[in-house]
Ligand binder design. Structure first.
Ligand code: AMP
Ligand code: MG
Length: 321
């Protein structure tokens, strides 16, 4: 795919990322760095404001499309000061925004995931956002259960010689990355060539409660991996896997939450980026991810994602533990 031939929907999704990063960075500046005595979680403000911004753009450009986002506007109806704060953040990009519009935009994300729908995680990795570490704004388009495109905006991620990068991918067309501050500089993404398991760089959740840390450690020991797994929040992990800076990203069911099934917005955008860069993603049973089951991946348990060369072999090591 040549740059001049980027499909409209993909270009639209890429274009949104700059505004989303403006919001998340502004909220971080105002509510985390300046340590304002906000009675609100900064995450809540950023989540709502990004979802409102993306939803209004989808309503304007693709009025017939469904949108599925993490947030609902209900809470804002009962909380004037929170609504004020969220609206202020949206106004940084859309100066004429009004309270009732902001709520309606957010609620657009409550549609049922059927047919063709956009999937948004406004701030993926909320804990990383609060720690001023890694987070992502993740957007995908799904049609008939197929992830058509995925975009990962990672405003804090160091990659190559840049800090703040985004990845985008389109079904069967490839994956690219670009820095936020030089948007003409697009580069294809390719997974690493490493095929020796003992050399694998492993990515895992920063939050212990989102995974099974002791099983990951035991996997690493059995695989003869000597480097400690890298802990990182959000789908920024998929960026690094697709970009050749890691070989494996795994998400094991937490022992206290074995019934947990992934939300589509936590997987769909990164899934398309990793596949187009040459990687492989399955669940921990080796099954392909089934995005046709609504807001959650009810047919899949855990996620196992590699640079693709010896995926089944590596998965077997995990399964045999
Ligand atoms: P990560 O930053 O990779 O740990 O993923 C963050 C995402 O994990 C959040 O957006 C949540 O939707 C999701 N999450 C929350 N609880 C769990 C859990 N018990 N197991 C797996 N994922 C979870
Ligand atoms: Mg998330």
């Amino acid at each position: 795919m040549h740059k001049t031939m980027i499909p409209d929907e993909l270009q639209f999704a890429i274009n949104l990322m700059a505004g989303c990063a403006t919001i998340t960075r502004n909220v971080q500046q105002k509510h985390i760095i300046q340590q304002n005595k906000a009675d609100r979680s900064p995450v809540t403000i950023a989540d709502y404001a990004v979802q409102a911004y993306v939803a209004q753009a989808i309503l304007q450009s693709y009025p017939d499309d469904v949108m599925v986002g993490e947030e609902t506007g209900n809470l804002l109806l009962q909380d004037e000061s929170l609504l004020d704060e969220v609206t202020d953040q949206v106004k940084a990009i859309l100066p004429d925004s009004k309270h009732d519009q902001v709520i309606a935009w957010i609620d657009h994300g409550q549609s049922q995931p059927v047919g063709r729908y956009w999937v948004l995680d406004p701030v993926d990795g909320t804990k990383g956002f609060l720690r001023r570490m890694q987070y992502a704004t993740a957007l995908a388009l799904i049609e008939d259960g197929e992830v058509i495109l995925g975009v990962l905006g990672c405003p804090n991620l160091p990659y190559a010689d840049q800090v703040g990068v985004m990845a985008y991918a389109y079904h069967d067309q490839g994956a690219w990355w670009l820095p936020y501050n030089q948007q003409t500089q697009t580069t294809p993404m390719r997974v690493s060539e490493i095929k020796d398991l003992s050399q694998f760089r492993i990515l895992r959740s920063f939050e212990d409660s989102h995974t099974d840390s002791s099983r990951i450690d035991s996997f690493a020991r059995h695989a003869g991996v000597t480097v400690d797994p890298v802990r990182m929040d959000s789908q920024a992990k998929y960026f690094l896997l697709a970009g050749g800076q890691a070989e494996l990203s795994m998400r094991l069911l937490a022992p206290e939450r074995t019934d947990y099934r992934e939300y589509i917005w936590d997987q769909a955008p990164g899934y398309r980026v990793v596949l187009e860069a040459g990687g492989t993603i399955t669940d921990t049973d080796g099954k392909s991810l089934d995005f046709s089951t609504g807001r959650r991946l009810t047919n899949n348990r855990g996620i196992f994602s590699t640079n693709g060369w010896i995926h089944e072999e590596v998965l077997k090591v995990l399964q045999q533990l």
